[in-house]
Design a protein around this ligand. Structure first.
Ligand code: ZN
Ligand code: ZN
Length: 595
């Protein structure tokens, strides 16, 4: 099940420099199943962007289903601006709570009266069918939908969608039934218990978290949740991931980050692990089934999701590698069972019932992985559907059937943590590393021969990054040289760091391909979405880098970065080439020396 956030703000759209990261558009979520059923939840101002994306995809008629939680303005204000409502060949089914007086159609027509909007509801060309909902359980194509009333100032429904063996719950806007629970502490009972049951075991819960408990005393009766309540309910319901949403209009990106940090810290050491994040406009994720089925017996499932009390079984002999894995596991509260050898690990796997197995093998064993002897050696492990990660110096790229993936050394604990999380959350790791290039040794010899690494800042390079930032109108521009294990910054505009590890580097991708690399939106790119430079500061959302050559060897890039998604045209690429050429000229002035 594919999920994308198009609007995450509550109450009022708040575009601006302080809301770039989490977004300023009001509520809208896109859901797509593998059978390509499209369900849109809520029609806040985020719906406009989704409409543009859908209308632009290709010329074929569009159809889909729209679930509206309630008709407060921030959940319907994008409705008149949804382009796919206008062509006559499109078909839409709209679902919303059944009110007492007005019909759904009349309510939606209300905000499109002549006084407010130039086009009337009945002038929209598409075929639109209206469905009024109460608490129910029904089917939309391959999606099972359950609805439950939430506690809000208007009649509001939450939606529980099940498809592709995964479950998503959308619960916004909603206030704790018992005000005592706003602190996240206290006995969950009555209506709150019923709400908890509605969230039970979901792979993803998208929950109202407009206020914090500190703010709540002034907001009682406004119909919204506290962060603490959303976390407590999700934890009690054994949910895998919680997306906090309906961000308060006064909340800046920095304030949201702080709140998420506090929510995460408070649950340290507590099981089950709950993955908490703040929904960000443009962010997408793919949910995969949590409960892995026992092969040959579809009716039997390992009935505790691996996240409930995650256990990592590992046999890793290299001490520094083992340490990195220990650090990564510890950071997420994962228990480790360490075996002395692969054989011991495989022998104990059945009794230990790990959520994940990590095995280190020698270089000369790499080619043997995935052949018969290995399959035999792994015994019942693949049948139990326990993911296996193999640590090695190089990858066996031939087949990928038996093991979940490869961890190629060297790697940081941040990288292995991302990979472990992806395995446990049944998602794909969207962080691709490029650790070497064509002619790596020759390339490094030329770079080191320039004797420019670790030299002080120089105006002749700084003027290039200043120009780059100005031409592209971006907050950050860099001249980067890619060393063996790091990228070092000869010049920076808008960034204080002087280097980062190579494994997080965007530029190493450009250097390896020796071509311009443009990433219009990192959230949408499987190579970068989980990269720490995207998920944490400096939160790169856009990247464009042009290689710099010394002779025939690509040694670095001139690149521009932004915190918002961007498109670039061919003229801009041309200018980036010009800037890279200027950097190359300056590098040539640096006297090469023989090592
Ligand atoms: Zn709202
Ligand atoms: Zn509302």
């Amino acid at each position: 099940m594919y999920v994308r956030f198009w609007g995450t703000r509550g109450s009022l759209p708040t575009p601006g420099p302080d809301t770039l990261r989490f977004g300023g558009n009001t509520s809208c979520v896109e859901v797509r199943t593998t059978a390509d059923t499209l369900i849109i939840i809520d029609c806040g101002s985020g719906l406009h962007g989704l409409g543009q994306a859908l209308a632009g995809s290709d010329g074929t008629p569009l159809s889909g289903h729209i679930l509206i939680s309630h008709t407060h303005w921030d959940h319907i204000q994008g409705f008149p601006f949804f382009d796919p409502f206008y062509p006559s060949e499109n078909e839409w089914d709209i679902y919303a709570p059944k009110g007492l007086g007005q019909s759904l159609q009349d309510t939606l027509a209300g905000q499109m009266q002549y006084t407010y909007f130039p086009v009337r509801l009945d002038q929209m060309g598409a075929r639109i069918r209206y469905h009024e909902l109460v608490e129910d359980d029904f089917q939309i194509d391959d999606v099972r939908v359950r609805t439950r009333y939430l506690n809000h100032t208007a009649l509001t429904l939450g939606f529980r969608l099940t498809a592709d063996d995964t479950t998503l719950v959308y619960a916004s806007d909603h206030e704790p039934f018992s005000r005592n629970l706003a602190s996240g502490k206290g006995k969950i009972q009555g209506q709150d218990r019923r709400h908890c049951d509605f969230l039970a075991m979901a792979d993803l819960v998208i929950h109202d978290a407009q206020f914090t408990f500190n703010e709540y005393p002034c907001k009682i009766g406004w119909g919204h949740s506290t962060v603490e309540y959303a976390v407590a309910m999700s934890r009690e319901a054994k949910v895998a991931r919680l997306a906090l949403t309906h961000h308060d209009p006064l909340r800046t990106d920095a304030a949201i980050e702080e709140i998420v940090g506090i929510a995460r810290n408070e649950q340290n050491d507590r099981l089950p692990t709950l993955d908490i994040f703040a929904a960000a406009e443009g962010q997408s994720l793919t949910l995969r089934p949590q409960e892995r089925r026992v092969a040959g017996n579809a009716a039997t499932t390992l009935n505790t999701p691996s996240l409930a009390s995650p256990l990592l079984l590992m046999a890793v002999s290299d001490p520094s590698t083992a340490n990195k894995i220990r650090e990564a596991a510890q950071a997420d509260g994962i228990t480790i069972f360490e075996a002395g050898s692969i054989t011991e690990a495989l022998n104990t796997a059945q009794s230990v019932q790990p959520s994940l197995v990590i095995l280190e093998i020698e270089s000369d064993e790499v080619d043997a992985v995935e052949d018969h002897t290995w399959t035999h050696r792994l015994g019942k492990l693949p049948a139990l559907d326990i993911p296996i990660l193999i640590v090695a110096d190089k990858e066996n790229a031939a087949r990928q059937a038996v093991v979940e993936g490869w961890l190629i050394k060297p790697f940081s604990s941040a990288y292995v943590r991302t990979r472990i999380r992806a395995c446990l959350l049944r998602t794909v790791c969207r962080w691709e590393r490029v650790l070497t290039s064509r002619n790596e040794e020759q390339r490094l010899a030329i770079l080191h021969g320039l004797r420019i690494l670790d030299t002080p800042r120089e105006e002749r390079f700084d003027r290039i990054t200043r120009l780059a930032a100005s031409i592209f109108n971006v907050p950050m521009a860099l001249i980067i040289l890619v060393d063996r294990e790091r990228q070092w910054f000869k010049s920076t505009y808008g960034l204080d760091e002087s280097e980062t590890s190579r494994e997080v580097s965007f530029c190493t991708h450009a250097v390896a391909s020796e071509k311009v690399l443009v990433v219009p939106d990192t959230f949408q790119d499987p190579r970068f979405a989980d990269n720490p430079l995207v998920t944490e500061a400096p939160r790169i959302r856009f990247y464009a880098g042009c290689p710099i050559f010394a002779g025939a060897n690509c040694i670095g890039t001139v690149c521009v970065l932004d915190n918002r998604p961007r498109e670039v045209d061919t003229d801009m690429i041309g200018l980036l080439h010009d800037l890279a050429a200027l950097a190359e000229i300056e590098l040539q002035k640096t006297q090469p020396t023989k090592n």
